[in-house]
Write a protein that binds this ligand. Structure first.
Ligand code: PBG
Length: 345
């Protein structure tokens, strides 16, 4: 367009060659906006977190996560088939023991015939290789004190090295049961290296590790604790092993260690309170970066939407797209199914 085009009537601004006008012109119609969109969320970007509980007769709704249930192995398999049909390429499983099977060591996690193996097996039978099976590798669902590992009785702290040995054993069990990816979420030092060595040592050289690398001690995990039946003894918390959310640079140190230890992918968690961290991590590493839009982030959207205060599906789409825009290649979100329905349709 020639630069001597007269301004539109009444406008003090030139219409050509003026950046603000140029940007506005590209927002005029939905087709134009689609054409120039920098970020596009697709079902391919999504991983659905799913809970499966031992001994359930039927699925049990989680009050603080509307739409999320604790599954039976049968309803889990059906849900993964449904998600596969919607084009969701991954699920991450959180198996839950019967409450009476919890103990200080989380030993039910390592039972060969336990809920972890049965759930992974049921899903693998249901969908084959159509869906990537990720397994959260942690002990908090299985310990009676609710910590992510073994607690040293003298100090009261989590015993890092003893815990890592259990994680390595659990990762092998998960790989044997059909997990494509194991995802250590306990933030123990050296967990990735130990798991990688254990997997390689048992012939699971093609089982990948997604490290919860930058995982913050967040108040946003509250509804997950209801979903997973986890209470931390003595009103405790995880600040001794998860990251302090005042810190940003520290995340890069955690990520660098996990990549050096052999992580195939790294995760930042939570998502929306860590968008700055996601930007940093994306710039720092070449491996795929995941973000976990956690239970509290989901619950807030659902609660406000139930009151009619926000448009829930619109906010969900905006939030998860923002997480991708900040640098996530994949997003773990309880919205996976709903978003895939909207995006695929
Ligand atoms: C630990 C684990 C937690 C979450 C995922 N893995 C809980 C925690 O660290 O306290 C939280 C996920 C969410 O809030 O959605 N097994």
């Amino acid at each position: 367009m020639p630069s001597d085009v007269p301004p539109r009537s009444g406008s003090p601004l030139p219409t050509a060659g003026f950046p603000a006008r140029r940007l506005r012109r590209l927002r005029r119609t939905p087709a134009l906006r689609r054409l120039v969109a920098e970020t596009r969320l697709t079902p391919d970007d999504l991983v659905a977190p799913l809970f499966v509980a031992d001994g359930l007769a039927e699925p049990h709704p989680v009050a603080s996560l509307p739409g999320v249930v604790q599954h039976t192995t049968a309803s889990l398999a059906a849900e993964v088939r449904r998600l596969a049909g919607l084009g969701v390429p991954g699920v991450i499983l959180f198996p839950l023991p019967r409450p009476e099977h919890k103990d200080p060591e989380g030993s039910a996690a390592l039972r060969r015939d336990g809920i972890t193996a049965r759930a992974l097996g049921a899903v693998r039978d249901a969908v084959g290789d159509e869906v990537v099976l990720l397994a959260d590798c942690c002990l908090d669902e299985f310990t009676d004190h609710g910590h992510c590992g073994l607690v040293d009785p003298t100090t009261g702290d989590v015993d890092n090295d003893a815990t890592v040995e259990r994680y390595a054993e659990l990762a092998v069990l998960q790989a044997d049961a059909g997990a494509d990816v194991v995802a250590p979420s306990g933030m123990m030092d050296g967990q990735v290296a130990a798991i990688r060595a254990a997997l390689d040592g048992t012939g699971h050289t093609s089982t990948a590790v997604l490290a919860y690398a930058a995982k913050y001690a967040s108040a946003l995990y509250g509804p997950f604790r209801e979903a997973a039946g986890v209470t931390i003894a003595g009103s405790g918390d995880r600040r001794g092993y998860q990251q302090d959310w005042h810190n940003r640079r520290e995340a890069l140190a955690e990520v660098a260690l996990d990549v050096a230890e052999g992580a195939d992918m790294v995760m930042v968690k939570p998502a929306l309170t860590c968008l700055d961290v996601l930007v940093d991590v994306r710039a720092a590493v070449d491996v795929p970066v995941a973000a976990y839009h956690v239970s509290g982030e989901y619950a807030m959207v659902k609660a406000a939407a139930e009151r009619g205060w926000i448009d829930g599906p619109a906010v969900a789409l905006e939030q998860i797209t923002a997480v991708k825009r900040a640098g996530a290649d994949l997003v773990l979100t309880y919205f996976a199914g709903e978003l895939a329905e909207t995006l695929g349709g």
